[in-house]
Design a protein around this ligand. Structure first.
Ligand SMILES: NC(=O)c1ccc[n+]([C@@H]2O[C@H](COP(=O)([O-])OP(=O)(O)OC[C@H]3O[C@@H](n4cnc5c(N)ncnc54)[C@H](OP(=O)(O)O)[C@@H]3O)[C@@H](O)[C@H]2O)c1
Length: 257
């Protein structure tokens, strides 16, 4: 395999690395020479992803980020096996969407527990392992910025994550740890099948969004993976507390055209 080497010698962890953007990022990090640890909530899915990546430098860990003891257990194992982390891509996320008036407490908690609380305690758990100069990357969402109907709890969980990224950039700068956020617009991943919407509604949403995106298409997981490589590598060595909106121009589509 051709190795570009921007992440050579780096030990990286991607949460939610068995699917979609996380999986594409695992591939991209491996191509850049990193050691890649992927975590997820489903042991079988993790094992299959490791198998599919078929690389000597990839390792799987099972940790549901909404369960703090599982996060703790994973970092104990990582500490024992690898001793440190140089890159942490906080990517695991879920989206349960629906009209505001129908969102239940369980749905609210699920969005928040995975996307925000899980991310919060993932970084806290990783802290002792993060090397000086490490890079922490959050996968937030364009939804943190826009009033997309049906996204209330999801959007709020991502806005909270975005805020956390800025605060952590200030607190971790003393260890030269950089903290940045990627906010993707619509990206074609298995997430759409997990939103809790019927197929017709999904197709309708894809159609409407597709027309509004300036580039007239959804992003690919690989395109987001490349922004993660940027934040993970020394290419972004003077960038911290920043956000990269990768949305095909959706957010700047003019109201009147
Ligand atoms: N796709 C988009 O349009 C889009 C846009 C903006 C932001 N994002 C964000 O991008 C991130 C990745 O999403 P994706 O689109 O790549 O979707 P995906 O294919 O569903 O990937 C999400 C990953 O997170 C894992 N995960 C979910 N809950 C978890 C938990 N409690 N503990 C550990 N891992 C968990 C999933 O595991 P399972 O495979 O077991 O479900 C999966 O590996 C998410 O944070 C999402 O909010 C996506």
């Amino acid at each position: 395999m051709h190795t570009m080497g921007k992440l050579k010698e780096r030990i990286t962890l991607i949460t939610g690395g068995n699917s979609g953007i996380g999986f594409a990022t695992a591939k991209a990090f491996l191509e850049e020479g990193a050691t890649v640890l992927i975590s997820g909530r489903n042991q079988t899915a993790i094992e299959e992803a490791v198998k599919e990546l078929a690389h000597p430098n990839v390792y799987g860990f099972k940790a549901d980020v909404s369960q703090l003891p599982e996060i703790e257990k994973m970092f104990t194992e990582i500490k024992d096996q690898f001793g440190r982390l140089d890159v942490l891509f906080v990517n695991a996320g879920v989206g349960v969407l629906g009209p505001f008036e129908t969102i239940t407490e369980d749905q609210f908690d699920y969005n928040m527990d995975v996307n925000f609380k899980g991310a919060f305690f993932t970084v806290q758990g990783a802290l002792p392992l993060l090397s000086n100069g490490a890079s922490v990357i959050f996968n937030t969402s364009l939804n943190a910025h826009v009033g997309m109907p049906n996204s209330s709890a999801y959007a709020a969980s991502k806005a909270a994550l975005l805020a956390l990224g800025k605060v952590l950039a200030t607190e971790l700068a003393q260890r030269s740890i950089r903290v940045n956020s990627i906010s993707p617009g619509p990206v074609q991943t298995p997430m759409y099948g997990k939103l809790g919407f019927p197929q017709e509604a999904l197709e309708g949403m894809a159609e409407t969004l597709g027309q509004k995106i300036l580039l007239k298409r959804f992003g690919t997981p690989d395109e987001i993976a490349r922004t993660a490589v940027f934040f993970a590598s020394d290419d972004s060595s003077f960038v911290t507390g920043a956000e990269l909106l990768a949305d095909g121009g959706l957010s700047v589509n003019p109201i009147m055209q």
